[in-house]
Design a protein around this ligand. Structure first.
Ligand SMILES: [Zn+2]
Length: 328
């Protein structure tokens, strides 16, 4: 038995048997014809497990995408071989998910008095697993900002991203310290997701007196000052790995015109046609080249630079870039 069929026996057989028991218990509530159809589908899936063909596309015999199988253990075809009707339904689901996700992105007009902000969010598919947040708190007196990256890709990652967004938005309404927000977000994320799920995230709170930063295993935030660029390292484990993690806060002072830059590894791990990565060093250079420009022009300039570096190679990961600049 290959590993895929062993996993099918272990994971999906009990799930399917459980589903069968539940369906039998609810038989009175379902029209007979529909009930028979559902039972037949479950039995066919159990039959495929016995034959060792479970989880393989019935057209091409390649493994079916794991996240689709996890969502619906009865799927029989890979994405490339869905029927036209299934394909259209799948497309509609994706469009709806993309619409829902776009509503979770920060509004473009968040401009608290002392800060100038810009972000760019480019998911590689219809939906993304990056998290980008900008929230004005205490009637504009402080600004919360974050960039995160949920492990995994596609719809499954985007669902975790919406979960993370809901956690942060509810915690931020409680007027907690930044370190408390982070440790509680970590606990909630950890307790409510599977152990294989985690997210890296860098976030901060900007007030008149300066900026506090926390980092949960995410790409190091960068501080662009008049005389050079500083990497703002601070320790912290990704969210969701261990239920009790501590997130020390780092204080950063920004002078007028200084920019703080948060980003996801979709930028630094962008590859050119030969497989070379863009790397942090190129990002720092690109930001520096655009330091005299507005935050919007700086963000666009960096993404154009990444695009030029990639040449014809398509992006393979979501890209997020967030700039917070102290107004002069
Ligand atoms: Zn196929």
């Amino acid at each position: 038995m290959d590993t895929a069929s062993a996993a099918a026996v272990e994971t999906f057989r009990p799930q399917l048997l459980d589903r069968r028991v539940r369906l039998l218990a609810a038989s009175a509530a379902v029209p007979a014809a529909y009930f028979n159809e559902l039972i037949a589908e479950i039995d066919a899936a159990l039959g495929r497990i016995d034959k060792g063909s479970y989880g393989r596309c019935e057209t091409c015999h390649d493994p079916i995408e794991a996240d689709r199988l996890a969502q619906d253990p009865l799927v029989r075809f890979c994405l490339d071989h869905l029927s036209q009707a299934e394909l259209e339904a799948h497309q509609r689901d994706l469009e709806l998910a993309a619409q829902i996700q776009s509503k979770l992105l920060p509004l473009p007009n968040i401009t608290p008095e002392a800060w100038d902000t810009q972000y760019r969010y480019q998911p590689v598919g219809a939906v993304g697993g990056d998290y980008c947040e900008l929230i004005a708190l205490s009637e504009g007196e402080s600004l919360f900002f974050a960039v995160g990256d949920v492990a995994g890709k596609g719809v499954a990652a985007s669902l975790l991203m919406t979960h993370l967004s809901a956690i942060f938005r509810s915690l931020l309404s409680l007027d907690l310290s930044l370190t408390d927000v982070m440790s509680r977000a970590n606990r909630l994320f950890c307790e409510s997701t599977a152990s294989a799920h985690y997210a890296t995230l860098a976030c901060g709170r900007a007030t008149a007196s300066g900026v506090e930063l926390c980092n949960a295993g995410h790409c190091t935030p960068l501080l662009l000052k008049r005389d050079g660029t500083k990497r703002l390292d601070s320790p912290g484990l990704p969210l969701g790995l261990f239920c009790s993690s501590q997130y020390p806060v780092r204080q950063v002072s920004l002078d007028a015109g200084d920019s703080l830059v948060l980003y996801s590894d979709g930028i630094t791990e962008s590859q050119d046609v030969e497989g070379n990565q863009y790397e942090e060093e190129r990002l720092i250079r690109s930001l520096w080249d655009h330091r005299e420009r507005t935050t919007g022009a700086m963000a666009d300039g960096v993404l154009q630079d990444v695009g030029r570096f990639r040449q014809s190679r398509p992006p393979s990961d979501d890209i997020t870039l967030l700039i917070v600049r102290r107004r002069g």
